[in-house]
Design a protein around this ligand. Structure first.
Ligand code: 6PG
Length: 471
């Protein structure tokens, strides 16, 4: 140890600790600070002992340990704590110093911080980091946005600590302002969608085929041979886990109320604001809210018991695997469409092929699908929808009957499949030459004189539906 530190990290919860250890093991000297002193002491005594990691016990001391321009990663809770730490740091920073927010911050907060700090000469990078605690330690997917000159100064460190996909480290500069946190938000929206689809598949398997968790574990593993999806992989492992106390499958003992911290909801809200339909993602957010209606669900299920269920044929599993595949592609398609719209709306100029590349390893939504998505954007540029591409269109044409079979069986058996249903309705709406929106237009014109367009001639029209003037 000696000299000043290459980089500093504030916030020593597990993610922060793991990221500091990852950076140190890549050959850098790291300064660390945590508001609660005992956490820092403990970290230095245990996990960081004999490592090139230097503790600080005040922000002033922390800043004094860093090489100039200072590079400071914040791994603190999104929201007010980020502003609080920034305000605490500012008196000690100099023009050109760099602050990197590695949390799941709301992109509008990031936008405000980028601008506010620029006025004070501080360079800010809103940086999505995905991969959970394991990824932080062994190689996350890193999604930086904000001041490009600042990115170039941390690029070497980020490239060394990121996960590595076939085409290089899972990190790339994504654009100005809040681009990095926006991409991370959409990553999480897709994450919600895929998690819900897998959960619905599990529910269908246990309720229509009566499979045990261990049997389902085997099936998820088999399905994952081709998809290589992290979320499918961990689902297989979850199915196998026994509770140490009771010896029962642990999954059977876990309460069926799903929590959330907000990133999926933000994705759905943002999509509504920009007018981009993301029904699978939105269904996944609503499914979590519905799960939290535990008391109401008790009352409803007493009054409206589930229909008597028949056991499905075993070949239903083939349909389910293909339905899950198509609906999963739909969740990615929705997310990519939202990114495309946001890119032009907010001037991010997002490199979509790069986004697909840096999601190929380290992050929660990593899967073989991302290789195909990267190819689509690399070769065809901005396609209308990835579903229309050569990579996926024949799959949809050939397998959509299986998605129909899954949704209809679920409807008959009274099993909620909101994300599967949303994927099918999305596909059917996009594939419909005629939608009933002509009637919506007529209704709007009837009660509000909102006017409509006609199929047979140009112009804007209004009909006096109620013959009001003659009443
Ligand atoms: C990741 C995860 C991570 C976090 C989610 C959980 O990419 O590593 O997305 O950021 O686990 O935010 O989100 P919910 O608590 O909302 O499910």
């Amino acid at each position: 140890m000696g000299g000043k530190c290459d980089i500093g990290l504030i916030g020593l919860a597990v993610m922060g600790q793991n990221l500091a250890l990852n950076i140190e093991s890549a050959g850098y000297q790291v300064a660390v600070y945590n508001r609660t002193t005992t956490t820092t002491e403990e970290f230095i005594k245990k996990r960081a002992s004999n490592k090139n990691i230097n503790p600080a016990y005040s922000l002033e001391e922390f800043v004094s340990l860093l090489q100039v321009p200072r590079k400071i990663i914040l791994m603190v809770k999104a929201g007010a704590p980020v502003d609080y730490v920034i305000e605490g740091l500012l008196p000690y920073l100099e023009e050109g110093d760099i602050i990197i927010d590695g949390g799941n911050s709301y992109y509008r907060d990031t936008e405000r911080r980028v601008r506010g700090l620029k006025e004070r000469g501080i360079r800010f990078l809103g940086t999505g980091i995905s991969g959970g605690e394991y990824g932080a330690l062994h190689g996350p997917s890193i999604m930086p946005g904000g001041d490009e000159s600042a990115y170039r100064e941390v690029e070497e460190i980020f490239s060394k600590i990121a996960a590595r996909a076939e085409d290089g480290p899972c990190v790339s500069y994504l654009g100005e302002g809040s681009a990095g946190h926006y991409v991370k938000m959409v990553h999480n929206g897709i994450e919600y969608g895929v998690m819900e689809l897998i959960a619905e598949s599990y529910d269908l398997m246990r309720k229509t085929l009566g499979l045990s968790p261990a049997e389902m574990g085997g099936i998820f593993r088999e399905w994952n041979e081709e998809q290589q999806s992290y979320l499918l992989e961990i689902t297989g492992e979850i199915m196998d886990r026994e509770d140490q106390e009771t010896g029962k499958p642990l999954i059977d003992l876990i309460s069926d109320v799903a929590n959330q911290k907000g990133t999926g909801k933000w994705t759905a809200q943002e999509a509504l604001d920009l007018g981009v339909p993301v029904p699978v993602i939105t269904a996944a957010v609503n499914a979590r809210y519905l799960s939290s209606y535990k008391e109401e669900r008790g009352e409803f299920s007493r009054l409206f018991p589930a229909p008597e269920r028949k056991t499905a044929d075993r070949d239903f599993l083939v349909a389910l695997e293909e339905a899950l595949y198509l609906a999963t592609v739909t969740a990615y398609a929705e997310g990519m469409d939202l990114l495309k719209r946001a890119s032009s709306e907010y001037g991010y100029n997002l490199p979509l092929a790069e986004v697909a590349r840096i999601w190929q390893d380290g992050c929660i939504i990593r899967s073989n699908l991302l290789k195909q998505i990267q190819r689509i954007y690399k070769e065809a540029g901005e396609t209308a929808s990835i579903i229309l591409s050569d990579e996926f269109s024949s799959d949809f044409a050939g397998k959509i009957e299986n998605l129909r079979r899954v949704v209809s069986l679920a409807a008959v058996e009274g099993i909620p499949v909101p994300a599967f249903s949303a994927a099918l309705a999305y596909f059917d709406s996009l594939s419909a030459r005629d939608l009933p929106a002509n009637l919506i237009q007529a209704q709007r014109d009837y009660f509000g004189a909102h006017t409509y367009q006609r199929k047979d001639k140009e112009g804007t029209f209004h009909t006096d539906w109620q013959d009001i003037k003659n009443v």
